[in-house]
Design a protein around this ligand. Structure first.
Ligand code: ZN
Length: 317
């Protein structure tokens, strides 16, 4: 099999489902995760270790991590807001933990009632806990730079502040940081510039992934900029589920199906089979019939004679 050029990380089971009120039954989530993995999706963020009273939609995260880690070759990611969540994620067997830190301190205080100093102390505690584990069992720790491209409360966020928070997260013990356009404010020029600023400060290994929302329809343009500058992991959610309460008709994360089509059409191998991805979309649609699924490629289908990147690289052009 040809090497994967871009890793698509499916975040629908976490970011998508946490933003809709309908609760997807655990059995349906397992069927969806399984179908995504069968399509070749290399990484899935299956949930978030937050108290069930805050997010009842994700109350089954531990069970889903345990289920997903048994799927051969799949990287299982989970969001953890604190040490308690990290302990649960480690116990369940997650491969990757993402701790979100809002670069906007106002957003951080509003969302998790913690300022930057408190959040960084928590990240340090998580990193210390991970260092106690044998290397083979140690999940990767990512610091997610939320609101990196702008905040609904503070407005523009200084890029120097994003770089400073990236440095602080790495110093606190993260293996990597990730850029997150929580609010759908990003544009492609900003994606390129901010990525390069963080690389200049911390080296390329410190930042490989980006999390994009399509609130203003800029998601795929931003994904293209990310891939062109050299980022290698792009988050997306199947059907763009989640939406944005402030922007009716707007999808949540960028749509996995459209992202995979874009990348494969450009000759970048994702390792994902488009038809099987559509089969996973049918599993999702069947489980949540009242939830709107977004995306154009699923409706339009592949162009006549379309050759995915993986098939192309197998034979000399
Ligand atoms: Zn998000």
């Amino acid at each position: 099999m040809a090497a994967i050029d871009i890793e698509v990380s499916e975040v629908g089971p976490r970011d998508g489902l946490q933003s809709i009120t309908a609760i997807m039954p655990t059995a349906a989530k397992k069927a969806w995760i399984s179908a995504l993995a069968t399509a070749g999706v290399p990484e899935i963020e299956v949930g978030s270790f937050v108290p069930a009273r805050l997010l009842p939609q994700l109350a089954d995260t531990a069970e889903l991590v345990a289920y997903a880690r048994a799927i051969d070759g799949l990287k299982v990611a989970a969001l953890v807001p604190n040490l308690r969540g990290a302990e649960d994620a480690i116990a369940a067997g997650a491969d990757k933990l993402t701790v979100p830190l809002s670069v906007s301190e106002t957003h951080s205080l509003r969302n998790v009632r913690r300022n930057h100093t408190q959040m960084l102390a928590e990240v340090r505690r998580i990193a210390e806990r991970l260092r106690d584990l044998p290397a083979a069992q140690r999940p990767k720790l990512e610091g997610g730079l939320s609101t990196a491209f702008g905040c609904t409360l503070e407005g523009p966020i200084a890029e120097s502040q994003v770089v400073a928070m990236a440095e602080a997260l790495m110093q606190a013990g993260c293996d990597e940081v990730g850029l997150s356009d929580t609010t759908g404010y990003a544009n492609p020029v900003q994606v390129r510039r901010l990525t390069e600023k963080i690389w200049r400060a911390l080296g390329r290994d410190s930042l490989t992934g980006i999390h994009l929302h399509n609130t203003r329809g800029q998601g795929l343009a931003n994904a293209l900029a990310a891939v062109e500058v050299g980022l290698t992991t792009v988050d997306a959610s199947m059907g763009g589920i989640g939406g944005c309460p402030a922007a009716p008709g707007a999808s949540g994360n960028i749509v996995t199906e459209d992202l995979v089509f874009l990348l494969e059409a450009m000759g970048l191998n994702t390792g994902i089979d488009f038809e099987r991805l559509l089969a996973a979309r049918r599993v999702l649609a069947g489980a949540l019939p009242a939830v709107e699924l977004y995306g154009f490629s699923a409706a339009a289908g592949l162009p006549k004679g379309f050759t995915p990147a993986s098939a192309r690289s197998a034979q000399p052009v």
